[in-house]
Design a binder for this molecule. Structure first.
Ligand code: PMP
Length: 330
């Protein structure tokens, strides 16, 4: 009999797949690390597991405890999976820009979800950072992973995702591209790849227009899970060689193309990272191998990025640009 003992054992060891169509005219090889194939549907399963294991070892999370975290959804799903296996409760706090679909997913896994306004400063008592701090203080047995300052976040990538990429490419990758949210992904993987390659691998961050990593002030943008209005401790400024700024429009257009042309139904931060990866690939040589990490699935964005009315409302669809459909002819 061949089976895994539990769903948490399915975390990691995700495949690399070559992008064949959105790369038209590009000579370098562009490979996508498909993180939606983790059991919770995103890269965040990896950090959830490592943060919980660390907290148990440190004694800050005890049997019957409650995990309280501000999360845009993916970290919540990862934590909920791990919490179920280990018997913890979960309370997640998220900003109201997070899609209803994503909130419903967290509730489906048995977590409680508290929704806070997006359009307030981080220091405002109603901000999702502050609400989660208060809940962590008030709920008995509460533990807050704090993915924005927990060293287990970048370390999970240094210990798993980085070595996976190095092995999967036989040490042959030349560039690594990832979106930056907490910075855990790029800092952990980037550091591992720099060390493994003696500094040869170039590390490139992708950032939404308006976010601090590409010189912005935190001006609002619609792509979810990436960009910040402050500098998290989990982001190691010394790792990225370059940060590429990408607009919401370009991110969402590429997200749609990945579904239609590559069969990859992925989230908006994936489209953003691929826009940056293609920019890197265009400037790279024919022997270069660019790896781009795709953090999550597109299923949580069906009512946004994949919805024409939503896209049109924000000016992301070019008028009359769509192909005529069979239904149009009826
Ligand atoms: N994309 C999505 C959809 C995410 O949820 C996150 C995590 N916030 C990221 C990208 C960025 O990853 P990291 O936090 O490791 O920088």
């Amino acid at each position: 009999m061949q089976y895994y003992d539990n769903v948490v054992e399915l975390i990691g060891n995700t495949p690399l797949v070559k992008l064949r169509n959105v790369t038209a005219g590009i000579q370098a090889t562009v490979l996508a690390k498909v993180e939606y194939l983790n059991p919770g549907g995103s890269v965040k399963d990896r950090i959830a597991l490592r943060m919980v294991e660390d907290a148990e070892a440190a004694g800050s999370l005890r049997p019957g405890g409650t995990i309280v975290e501000p999360t845009s959804g993916n970290t919540g799903v990862g934590l909920a999976l791990v919490a179920q296996l280990k018997g913890y409760k979960c309370v997640f706090v998220c900003p109201d820009k997070v899609s209803q679909d994503k909130q419903d997913v967290l509730r489906a896994y048995g977590a409680e979800v508290v929704v806070c306004p997006t359009a307030v400063a981080p220091e405002d008592p109603r901000s999702y950072y502050n609400v989660s701090d208060r809940l962590a203080r008030e709920i008995p047995g509460a533990w807050k992973p704090n993915q924005y300052s927990n060293p287990a976040n970048p370390r999970s990538h240094y210990e798993t995702t980085g070595p996976e990429l190095w092995e999967q490419t036989g040490g042959g990758l030349t560039h690594f591209v990832a979106g930056v949210g907490t910075g855990g992904t790029i800092s952990g993987i980037g550091r591992y790849l720099k060390e493994a390659s003696d500094g040869r691998v170039k590390v490139v961050g992708a950032d939404p227009e308006g976010s601090v990593y590409s010189g912005g002030t935190g001006r609002p943008y619609l792509v979810e899970g990436v960009g910040e209005d402050f500098w998290p401790e989990t982001y190691d400024k010394s790792v990225a060689d370059q940060i590429i700024e990408v607009s919401d429009k370009a991110s969402f257009e590429m997200t749609r193309r990945l579904a239609r042309e590559e069969g990859l139904l992925v989230g908006g931060s994936c489209g953003m990272a691929v826009v940056a990866a293609l920019e890197v690939a265009r400037a790279a040589g024919p022997d270069d191998v660019i790896v781009v990490l795709l953090p999550d699935s597109g299923k949580g964005y069906l009512s946004k990025i994949f919805n024409d009315a939503w896209m049109a409302r924000y000016g992301f669809l070019s008028a009359g640009g769509d192909e005529p459909t069979v239904a149009d002819a009826l």
